[in-house]
Design a protein around this ligand. Structure first.
Ligand code: THU
Length: 524
């Protein structure tokens, strides 16, 4: 079975403010909540997925039988921009935000740029892109000086008239700037902003070009590419990663086209990752504070989603998430420091609610584990928590539950069942057996283990343990004595299933339950 991961980033769809939002100048922001109040908001397929079950989304209807595993992700990086958000999704946490220049670029940067390009500069302030050519275009033509400006984002922009500074020359100046802007001045993007026309009638051309910063460390994309897998970048993903780790790419003109290409991607034969960014939410509606437009774009996605999930193959997993917030109804037009939603859907995924997790980077760790590549990035995989039960696991849990019914626990009234799977596929189950003098009491796990060993079994593949069915928080791990007894025969990587109720269990391993157990090795 070919394994494919699809990550769809709903650009800026935050799921509520993070505790540190005030540090980023954000108060009372919640992108999803804001747009959910719009009459244009539609919430049908995302409701079925379980989006309303995510922590902090109690304004949305809940779903009793969700289709997807869900959680809320905190951003570990100290930033709230697109690049940092996507890098974290792919396994790189940024300890500091990218630099911005509300007062313009410092002298040492400009001096170096002038020295290396041989051209003086104009402006050097945050400026609107259309205003800057209106105000400086004529002087630029007369003097040959380049128009350098920035914005609220981490960008170094160079505007030049195409007839006076040929495109290739402008791109060359951008490459020079890109090399100068490193270390603490590593801005997210250097952007070429060519324009044409005459004074009073200048217009920007489509020859804009972005020179992005390369990720500071290897991302999931690089690791996949090195492992010979496909990394298909849809929308602005290729630019966000400065092309690093991308094996195929396609740019889009907005969400509608992005959705169409995503559907088509399902027909492509590949193993690896298809990474999609839907930019309209942020670019057209978040920054422009258009709540209804944002809600409409969400409704379009919501209506489209079933078309995608229906076409998914057995080995496909879909992650739907965001890269930061951009509450269209808060006091400013910038991004907002928010949690993001995460929905994970696929044939092999159990619809578990994972609560709130510590970083976007857990997506990369999980995707890497699923695709079977070694991963050294930030974050930890939650694949084990969301993988649907195998037939073996289901059978073992059923045996533990049946044994639980036979428990002899008249003193504690605490009935326990356990089941052990041997290397050759046999199941031995056991229950706890209590005694009036209490100390001879034996736990369920040891009953199962001793039954098995006395029948000749010596190697085991898995253990399941359960206590009262449907008792709240009934799940408990084996006691210390049982852990030690098990470690005599079972490896530290042996999976242990701890049943919460008849349908759900949590996976752990014997080694996690009892690290550094006492074994025969120490007796040599
Ligand atoms: N018990 C088990 O069967 N397994 C464990 O791992 C912990 C405890 C039983 C022993 C006793 O009959 C009852 O639970 C209360 O301690």
């Amino acid at each position: 079975m070919k394994k494919r991961v699809f990550i769809i980033v709903l650009d800026s769809l935050g799921a509520g403010e993070m505790p540190d939002a005030p540090l980023f100048g954000d108060f009372d922001c919640h992108t999803l909540k804001r747009i959910s109040a719009s009459p244009e908001f539609r919430f049908d397929s995302m409701k079925k997925m379980g989006m309303g079950n995510i922590d902090g989304q109690d304004f949305l209807p809940r779903e009793d039988k969700p289709l997807a595993a869900v959680c809320r992700l905190a951003e570990r990086s100290m930033g709230k921009d697109t690049t940092i958000g996507h890098w974290e999704i792919s396994g790189v946490v940024s300890p500091a935000p990218m630099p911005t220049y509300p007062q313009g670029f410092p002298k040492e940067i400009i001096d170096e740029f002038v020295k290396q390009t041989g051209r003086e500069i104009l402006c050097n302030m945050p400026y609107s892109g259309t205003e800057v050519i209106k105000d400086y275009g004529e002087e630029h033509i007369k003097t040959g000086k380049l128009i350098v400006y920035t914005s609220a984002d981490s960008v170094f922009q160079i505007a030049a008239h195409e007839e006076y500074v040929p495109l290739e020359e402008l791109y060359g100046y951008c490459r020079t700037a890109r090399k100068i802007l490193c270390g603490k001045h590593a801005v997210g993007r250097v952007i070429a902003r060519p324009f044409v026309g005459t004074p009073g009638n200048f217009t920007r051309t489509a020859n804009r070009h972005d020179f992005s910063l390369e990720p500071p460390k290897k991302t999931l994309l690089d690791t996949l590419k090195e492992a010979g897998k496909t990394v298909y970048a849809v929308g602005k993903i290729n630019d966000i990663f400065a092309g690093c780790g991308v094996t195929e790419k396609v740019y889009t003109h907005g969400n509608t086209e992005g959705l169409k290409i995503s559907l088509e991607a399902l027909d492509r034969d590949f193993e690896g990752l298809c990474f999609i960014n839907l930019v309209d939410f942020d670019m057209l509606y978040g920054h422009r504070q258009d709540i209804n437009g944002y809600a409409r774009a969400f409704a379009e996605f919501d209506a489209w989603l079933p078309k995608f999930t229906e076409k998914m193959r057995d080995g496909d997993i879909l992650f739907i998430t965001a890269d930061h917030g951009c509450d269209p109804g808060d006091s400013h037009t910038d991004h907002t420091r928010e949690y993001t939603p995460l929905l994970v859907y696929g044939k092999g995924i159990a619809p578990v609610n994972l609560g709130t997790r510590a970083g976007f980077c857990d997506i990369a760790a999980t995707a890497a584990e699923y695709l079977g590549i070694s991963y050294r990035g930030d974050g930890s995989s939650f694949l084990r928590e969301i993988a649907a039960p195998t037939a073996e696991e289901t059978a073992l849990c059923a045996a533990a539950l049946a044994s639980h019914e036979r428990a002899y626990a008249p003193y504690s009234k605490f009935k326990v069942g356990a089941a052990l799977l041997t290397a050759d596929g046999k199941i031995y189950s056991g229950c706890n057996i209590e005694n009036a003098s209490l100390t001879p009491t034996v736990c369920a796990e040891r009953t199962a283990l001793f039954k098995a060993v006395s029948e000749g079994a010596r190697e085991f593949r898995m253990l399941a343990v359960c206590s009262g069915e449907n008792e709240p928080d009934a799940a408990f791990p084996p006691c210390g004595v049982c852990r030690q007894a098990l470690s005599e025969f079972c490896g530290s990587d042996m999976p242990v299933l701890i049943l919460k109720n008849a349908r759900e269990f949590r996976r752990t391993t014997l080694g996690e339950l009892l690290p550094q157990s006492f074994t025969a090795e120490y007796m040599r």
